[in-house]
Design a protein around this ligand. Structure first.
Ligand SMILES: [Zn+2]
Length: 53
C-alpha cells in the first residue's frame, strides 16, 4: 500500500494510527480491522470487524 496514504490513515473511532496487515488495516487501540477493498481502505466503522490480537 501507498506509504503516503498510510501516513494519513487513522481509526475513525479513536484516531489511533492504523497498522496494515494483509488486506486489512488494524486499529490496535480499539481492536477493529478495516477492510482494504481493491487497494482502497474502507474506513467505515460498520464495515470493520472486531479482532483479538
Ligand atoms: Zn480505533
Amino acid at each position: 500500500m501507498d506509504a503516503k496514504l498510510m501516513a494519513i490513515l487513522v481509526c475513525p473511532l479513536c484516531k489511533a494510527k492504523l497498522e496494515p496487515k494483509k488486506n486489512e488495516l488494524l486499529c490496535t487501540k480499539c481492536k477493529l480491522a478495516y477492510p482494504i477493498d481493491d487497494g482502497i481502505p474502507v474506513m467505515l466503522i460498520d464495515q470493520a470487524r472486531k479482532y483479538e490480537n
